[in-house]
Each structure stands twice: as structure tokens, then as C-alpha cells.
Ligand binder design. Structure first.
Ligand SMILES: NC(=O)c1ccc[n+]([C@@H]2O[C@H](COP(=O)([O-])OP(=O)(O)OC[C@H]3O[C@@H](n4cnc5c(N)ncnc54)[C@H](O)[C@@H]3O)[C@@H](O)[C@H]2O)c1
Length: 397
């Protein structure tokens, strides 16, 4: 199959491209305005890479769509600080420009796999009715759960609304024109190449990179609104495995379906995530000169800007992915954090020997057994008690 991967140079795109190249089943055209995360794959001549801005040339985009069998659309501004600082740009790219791609797929009768977001679910019903969602865990199911956004003045919701509207238009084109679409709603994927660290370039990357920067360079760990909100993290290789099954679409089971991709078992509060990252860093990666970052609580507006509001909790219901494509994720949270942190530590410490190397080797040799889960869980109690019970503390037991 000839696949056109739009946004292939991003975090999910680069990991997906690498996997598709490894599988060798399809002919890949990768398109993006960035290439750094794909450099190795491009250098090896394993894909055709097109440096192209989807806003720049509609005719070329249409030709490319017509020339491929399946279009995978990952292009988006997908960073909360942009939803707040550049809401119109977010809407134009994530809805208007993406809509053109969908319409080319309708016109040329091509299959489209559209990346949406778990943020389309908005806030939980518990939050909307003034209840505490930590006491009311209700998983989000693709075809049943209502989508509840915050008020218009909280313009961060423009991202979720743009994605939601695009989903609704794809559904309508499916009904009226027979468009063959599949929508994917990712729930917080992390792994190698997720983002740059703030010390590498300006801008505001996602939470994992912030915390990693703090651990490596001593910048404060900022817990937005105390870090009480929940997220469920999925390792990128697990996510890519599900995406590949959706691309393969055996028996057409993914036609006109929406899929959550997530790992409900890996749910933590952001505060717990900070604790776990500190514990993992101490156990496997810490070197004597490494700083102990300060932990501070900041408001969402202070951190992201005016118009920010957070999703309180989002638990993926992944029954559909299990039933239709036989997928479930394999990495528990300790494994996800260990692997992702290892990537960042190695990338930033290429010239330094790591005293934690023996521990790392021990960890790897035990995987994928779950022995480490118990060890890290035991440590988590310490960290919860000692490190984060105060609004301001230090990342040290
Ligand atoms: N990573 C997650 O956990 C997550 C969660 C929810 C939704 N998503 C969605 O999945 C998709 C991919 O996410 P990601 O984490 O890889 O994000 P990313 O920002 O790393 O990737 C997006 C890519 O799109 C490219 N792009 C942006 N504007 C472009 C343009 N005008 N022309 C061509 N390319 C352009 C960027 O250069 C980037 O490489 C996005 O649609 C995002 O909304 C991801």
C-alpha cells in the first residue's frame, strides 16, 4: 500500500515511520516542515521525504493525496501553550487546513486515518456537575461518552473543539459520501523523541520534558495547580503497535470507527508522575553532581497564560481496540518512565560515563517481568510522603 504520512516528522510520526519502514510492508511518503526526528530514516534512503507546509500549496497536496492509497494525518499544533497564545492559528491548522485533506480524500475516494485527541472528551461529567472526579472514575468510551468542553472564555478548548468538529465532519462525510475514515484519539503517549527539553530551545514542551529538564539541569519542577489532575500514559511503541493494526485494518474492522489508544492502568496524578520520575531518576540515572530540583505549585494561567483550563481526568476505555484489532499495551508506568527517561539521559549525557549503568543493565535484563513494579511502588510511598506533601519542596527523599 502507498501511504502518505502527513506530520511524519513529529513525535508520533517519527516513531510510526520507523516502525513502518522496519515492517517493510508499505511504500511511505513522509511529509513535514521539520525533519530532525526523521534524519536517520531519511539518510538511509528508506522513505521519500517531502519538506512541505500543508498550508502552502493546495494543488500539490491534492496531487499527493490522489497518488496514495491511504492518508495518515498527524499534522496539528498540539501544545497547550499554543492553544492559549495562538488560538486562531491552532483553529486554522487543526481544523481548516486538515479539512482540506479530508475533502481531497472524499474527492479521490482515499482512506484517511485522522489523528484527533483524547481532549475531545473535555472535562469529566463529575467535574461538570461540581463533583470530585477522583472519587468518580468513569472511563471515556468512543461511541457513548458525551464531549463536555469548558466555557468559550477559556480559549484553550479551541484545540479540542477544532479536533471535535473535524471528527464530526469526517463522520458526516462517511454518512453522505461514503468516506472511509478511522479516527484515533491518543491518550498521552510518551517515549523517545517526545519533545525537546526547554534548555534546548525556546517554547513550552509537554510535561514530561519539563520534568526531565528539571532533573538534568535543576530548573524547578512546576506542578500546574498542584498537579492534582490525572493522566494515563502510554508508551509510544505500544501506541504505534495499535496504529499499525489500524492501518492494516484486517477485514475492514476499522472502517468508520473511532479508537481510543491509551493505557487505563497507567493512570497517575501529575504530582505522582513527578514523584515517580524523581524516584526513577534517583534509582537508575542520578550522578553525584546532579541537582535536586525544587518542586513548586503554579497556577495554570501563570504557566500557560490566560485562558487556560485543565482536563481533570481522562481514563481511556480501550475495549474497542481490544475487540477489533486485538491490541493491549504492554508497558506499565514504571517501564514507560524508565525507557523514556533513559532516552533523554543518554541523549544529554553522551560523553559522560553513567554510574547508574549497572542498575540500568539489571533493569533491562529483568524486563518485561513486573518485578520492578513492586520495587518502584514501594518507593513511591516514600516519595509521596516525603517529597510532595508540601506546596513547595525539594525533589529529595
Ligand atoms: N502525543 C500525544 O500523546 C497526542 C495526544 C493527543 C493528540 N495527539 C495528536 O496526534 C498528532 C501527532 O501528535 P505528536 O505528538 O506527534 O505532535 P507533534 O507536534 O510532534 O507532530 C506534529 C507534526 O506536524 C508538523 N506540522 C505542523 N504544522 C505543519 C504544516 N503546516 N505542514 C506540515 N507539517 C506540519 C509538525 O512539524 C510536527 O512534526 C497530532 O494531531 C496531535 O494533536 C497526540
Amino acid at each position: 500500500m502507498k501511504i502518505l504520512l502527513l506530520g511524519a516528522g513529529g513525535f508520533i510520526g517519527a516513531n510510526l515511520t520507523e516502525r513502518l519502514v522496519k515492517d517493510g510492508q508499505h511504500e511511505i511518503t513522509a511529509l513535514d516542515i521539520e525533519r530532525a526526528k526523521l534524519d536517520e530514516t531519511v539518510k538511509n534512503g528508506e522513505i521519500r521525504f517531502i519538506h512541505f507546509d500543508i498550508r502552502a500549496n493546495e494543488k500539490k497536496l491534492e496531487r499527493l493525496t490522489a497518488d496514495h492509497d491511504a492518508i495518515i494525518d498527524l499534522v496539528a499544533m498540539a501544545n497547550p501553550s499554543l492553544y492559549v497564545s495562538n488560538p486562531i492559528d491552532v483553529f486554522k491548522l487543526n481544523f481548516t487546513e486538515n479539512l482540506k485533506i479530508a475533502e481531497f480524500c472524499v474527492k479521490h475516494r482515499k482512506r484517511i486515518i485522522q489523528f484527533s485527541t483524547c481532549e475531545v472528551y473535555g472535562v469529566t461529567a463529575a467535574r461538570a456537575f461540581g463533583k470530585d472526579s477522583s472519587k468518580h472514575p468513569v472511563p471515556f468510551a468512543e461511541d457513548d461518552t458525551p464531549l463536555i468542553m469548558g466555557p468559550v472564555k477559556s480559549h484553550r478548548w479551541i484545540y479540542a473543539c477544532a479536533k471535535q468538529l473535524l471528527e464530526r465532519v469526517l463522520h458526516a462525510y462517511g454518512l453522505e459520501e461514503g468516506l472511509n475514515y478511522t479516527i484515533i484519539r491518543p491518550f498521552n503517549f510518551i517515549g523517545p523523541r517526545i519533545d525537546y527539553l526547554p534548555s534546548e530551545q525556546t517554547g513550552n514542551p509537554r510535561v514530561f520534558s519539563h520534568f526531565m529538564n528539571a532533573l538534568l539541569y535543576g530548573t524547578p519542577i512546576k506542578l500546574v495547580d498542584g498537579g492534582v489532575n490525572y493522566r494515563a500514559y502510554t508508551y509510544i511503541d505500544d501506541a504505534v503497535d495499535c496504529i499499525v493494526r489500524i492501518i492494516d485494518n484486517r477485514g475492514g474492522v476499522c472502517d468508520r470507527q473511532i479508537f481510543n489508544i491509551g493505557t487505563p492502568e497507567n493512570e497517575v496524578t501529575i504530582k505522582e508522575l513527578a514523584n515517580k520520575m524523581c524516584a526513577t531518576f534517583d534509582k537508575y540515572f542520578r550522578q553525584p553532581a546532579d541537582p535536586y530540583p525544587e518542586i513548586v505549585s503554579v497556577s495554570g494561567e501563570e504557566f500557560y497564560g490566560k485562558g487556560y483550563e485543565d482536563c481533570d481526568r481522562r481514563i481511556p476505555d480501550v475495549t474497542k481496540a481490544r475487540k477489533l484489532v486485538g491490541w493491549r499495551s504492554e508497558h506499565d508506568l514504571d517501564s514507560v518512565l524508565f525507557r523514556t527517561m533513559k532516552y533523554f539521559v543518554e541523549k544529554h549525557r553522551t560523553k559522560q560515563p553513567s554510574p547508574g549503568r549497572d542498575a540500568v543493565a539489571r533493569y533491562i535484563s529483568r524486563e518485561p517481568e513486573s518485578a520492578d513494579f513492586a520495587i518502584c511502588d514501594g518507593q513511591r510511598t516514600d516519595h509521596l510522603g516525603n517529597r510532595l506533601n508540601v506546596r513547595k519542596g525539594r525533589c529529595r527523599g
